[in-house]
Design a protein around this ligand. Structure first.
Ligand code: GLU
Length: 298
């Protein structure tokens, strides 16, 4: 009799690069660890192309991602989810936040924001910045009395952090983490307010990374998010958006960033070398894999 292997209830993991450049060793490490976790957990391994930043994403980088990952020896389930083909899903989530009074139109350009913040920096001790270094939105557009009932099209939209925390009546949110494959999940509390009124939709971004990642992790049933420590701080805003949108929260593992043989951070030039330039220089995929898996400590 034909045996059907059920994928129901299996852990689901994903590697989710952005096609705005060639993959480098840091991406390779992330992809390898993610696949290693998927195998160890007897889970599924998905690939997602995060290309909602229309000004920076290029189809030829997407093709290069498939090619480089296959060269590295990775395989993933088809079809690959390409975010730009599902913009409606992000708009639906954004409309929900807007209708709930948790998002507002914020038309100021990056230049206008920078100029206003420059002034504020002189007046205040330090205008707050989010963990990525972007200044908190310095204008008063969040005033609810001014808000249109229907979300305007073609205007950047920001999350109203104050309204969001007020709605949930919390200051911090629980985040489930696993520090290693063998450790039990533990819960820590994270503080999303450090992100301020994050951008959810930009002029050339129908959905920003933070919005798109939580929507797609939920739609794809991701149970374990395995990604680099450089994204650890982003998890607090992802947890907040999940709560506001009523989406399930995955377990998070943030792996170490690449280090050299001596345990120190790889130099910029070494770390930033694209996989294809290493391949062209004659390095084998086995050597890259051995090098990366050998030098990481988690
Ligand atoms: N697309 C993101 C990046 O390339 C990673 C997304 C994630 O793993 O959450 O940095």
């Amino acid at each position: 009799m034909h045996r059907v292997v059920s994928t129901l209830n299996k852990p689901v993991l994903r590697f989710a690069p952005s096609p705005n450049g060639y993959l480098h060793l840091g991406h390779a490490l992330s992809a390898l660890i993610c696949q290693e976790w998927a195998q160890a957990l007897d889970g599924r391994f998905l690939l997602r192309i995060e290309d909602t930043d229309l000004s920076r994403s290029r189809p030829h980088y997407t093709e290069a991602i498939y090619d480089d990952l296959a060269w590295l020896g990775l395989s993933w389930e088809e079809p690959v989810r390409i975010q730009s083909e599902h913009l409606k899903d992000f708009e639906t989530a954004l409309t929900q936040l807007y209708a709930d009074g948790l998002a507002y139109p914020a038309p100021a350009s990056r230049k206008e924001i920078a100029r206003a913040v420059e002034q504020l920096d002189g007046e205040t001790i330090d205008w707050p910045r989010d963990p990525d270094g972007s200044p908190h939105y310095p204008f008063g557009d969040r005033d609810r009395r001014e808000r249109l009932d229907v979300m305007p099209e073609d205007c950047p939209i920001r999350l109203d952090m104050h309204a969001a925390l007020e709605k949930l009546a919390v200051m911090r949110l629980p985040e489930k983490r696993m520090t290693s494959l063998t450790s039990a999940p533990e819960t820590t509390m994270t503080d999303p307010s450090v992100w301020g009124d994050v951008l959810l939709r930009g002029r050339d971004r129908p959905a920003t990374y933070h919005l798109a990642v939580v929507v797609d992790d939920a739609l794809q049933g991701i149970t374990h998010v395995v990604r680099g420590l450089d994204l650890e701080q982003a998890t607090s805003i992802h947890r907040l958006l999940q709560e506001l949108l009523g989406l399930p929260a995955p377990i998070y593992h943030h792996h170490r960033l690449i280090t050299g043989k001596d345990g120190r951070k790889l130099s910029k030039s070494e770390g930033a070398k694209s996989l294809r330039s290493l391949r062209r220089a004659g390095l084998s995929a086995e050597a890259v894999r051995a090098r990366l898996l050998d030098t990481r400590q988690s």
